[in-house]
Each structure stands twice: as structure tokens, then as C-alpha cells.
Ligand binder design. Sequence first.
Ligand SMILES: Cc1cc2nc3c(=O)[nH]c(=O)nc-3n(C[C@H](O)[C@H](O)[C@H](O)COP(=O)(O)O)c2cc1C
Length: 176
Amino acid sequence: MDFYQVIETRRSVRSYKPDPVPEEVLKKVLNAARIAPSGSNRQPWKFIIIKDEERKKKMVELCEGQSFVAEAPVLIVACGRNIHYNRGGWMGDYSMIVDVAIAVDHLTLAARAEGLGTCWIGSFDNEGIKKFLGIPEDVNVVALTPLGYPKNPDVFKPTSDRKELEEIICYEEWKD
Ligand SMILES: Cc1cc2nc3c(=O)[nH]c(=O)nc-3n(C[C@H](O)[C@H](O)[C@H](O)COP(=O)(O)O)c2cc1C
């Protein structure tokens, strides 16, 4: 699949078929996250793969009742270790989050290329998930995504729900 077609047709998928994701496809998608860039190549991430139905149900509660989280056969919890980066300035505190976000984006795009749906989940109970999944103190959850085949494959359509390019760029200096 053409790269631009992948990014233009990746959509948030909130309804899934129960069909399993073949293990080799899951590994391909996870590998896309593995090879993502990170500050000083620190790779602060860890991805917890949940397939167990009971566990997924509990995760719905920990994701503010978003029931589709348990509908896909796979739920991925993207975590990051709060390591100290060399990056100075105000970005320092956010470096781990930036790195994990890049890896998750790799993952969602690779999933789309494989015909799989994802949905970035940012509304969740970090402390509750940490306790439930035994995540260490110095690690936080950055995002979750279900992974599975969309119930309606027509969901993979380009969106018009974005600002125009002219609105988001300026040249040489800031302009409103
Ligand atoms: C940081 C972040 C957090 C998000 N959290 C949620 C969420 O908790 N639940 C949800 O259904 N969608 C969530 N989304 C998905 C956005 O609503 C979605 O990406 C946006 O509306 C654009 O739609 P699209 O992904 O189909 O292009 C989140 C997206 C991002 C990037």
C-alpha cells in the first residue's frame, strides 16, 4: 500500500470484528513501533499486549467505560519509563511521552497498512492500569489502542475534518 494512502486513510476505529489478528501480522505491527526513533535512541517504551477477555473487560472500566476497547481481539497498552534525558529546556520533562507517541504512531500506521483498525485512547486511569497490570512505579501509561479488523471496512476513508494547510503553516516567523 502506498505510504500516502496509508496516512490518508488511517482512521480511529471504534467498532471491530472478533476475528483474531494473525500472530505474524501482530509482530509486523509491533515491529513498526520497535524501530521508531527516540531521543538519544533511549527507546523508553514497553507494549503490553492483552488478549484475555476478562482482562480486556476490566480495561474498559479503566478507560472510562469505552466499551470498544474490549471489542477488538487485541488491546495494546503503550507504556514509557520516566528516564532522565539529556534534552534540555522545557521539553526535557516530556521526552518520554514524545518518544512513546512516535512509536504508537508507527504502530497505528503499520496497522492501517495491514487492514487493521486502531484508536488512540488517551482517556484512561493511569494509576488504576498500573496497579492492574503490575506496571512499575517509574513507568507510566502513555496511550492504549485496540487492534483488530474494523466491523465496517468503509471506515478507512480520507477525512475532511482537518484544518487547511494555510491555517497551520507560516513562513520565516510566527503569523496568526
Ligand atoms: C492523544 C489522543 C487521545 C485520544 N483519546 C481518545 C479516546 O480516549 N477515545 C477515543 O475514542 N478517541 C480518542 N482519540 C482519537 C481522536 O478522537 C481522533 O484521532 C480524532 O478525532 C481524529 O479522527 P481520526 O483518528 O479518525 O482521524 C485520541 C486521539 C489522540 C491523538
